[in-house]
Ligand binder design. Sequence first.
Ligand code: SAM
Length: 284
Amino acid sequence: MTEEKRSEFKPRDYFSAENARPSKSLGQNFITDKRVIERIVSEAGITSDDEVLEIGPGLGALTFSLAEKAARVVAVEKDARLAERLAGVLAEKPNVELISGDALEVDFKSLYKGRKLKVVSNLPYSVSSPILVKLLRKRALFSTLILMLQLEVGERISSPPGGKEYGSLSVLVQTYFDVKTLFRVSPSSFWPAPKVDSVVLKLAPLHEPRVPVADEAVYEKILRAAFSSRRKMLGNSLGSALKKGAADRVLAAAGIDRTRRAETLTVEEFGALYREAVKSGEIV
Ligand code: SAM
């Protein structure tokens, strides 16, 4: 697409022509800084063999650049008006498949055509955590994920144990991915400008999870219980995942002091906790 054509889709111009406003609940903050777009696409290292999944293409800021490099781009947009608008301008890009729908409901497996997808997305902040969890559960379909997130969410994902940002999402993502923080993006790179900084992360799926997890639902349950009350000692917080009185036995078997708090445990220690919980047969 030429610069001239692309400039027709400046988000502010589009919305004022439509007499509409970007939706806060859909997390609509559009990238307007071309350097940010170029950097994201370059970090994704897209080649002509790549198939890409973009969640929330909006008005296509990233989509066009991705389509110029990739073999195929599948873009899922929940806002039907934007999807319709984008479908019109993407008609000249036969390698882009636009799905008008909710990324939380789309069956990602049906998008897989034999080559793992690269995920490149400026994620809608309003649903970034559930989308991340969905991507994580379907990670076998993806080769790498380049994600722009609200800084606070990015810090939660990449935080090491001990920090106040370290939580169940950090443990879950770090169990399955290598996490690298690529760069920060200031609010002035978007329209409308969000209130907070953003960050771009690269998530590379590990060949083997950092700890063996046979039952991911149980693992997630234990993580949620452990972090349910950050100030509580683990001996008390694990009560919602284990039968009455079992928490202390399971913690002792895992070699973890019952007085420790969830944010001090490494991913490996959560692995031990999960293993002993499963062994005990006392999960509720
Ligand atoms: N990619 C565009 C850009 O960077 O300028 C737009 C990014 S904007 C942060 C997020 C986009 O995701 C919006 O277009 C919004 O409508 C869309 N969106 C919000 N929730 C969604 C969902 N559940 N599934 C798919 N798209 C969604």
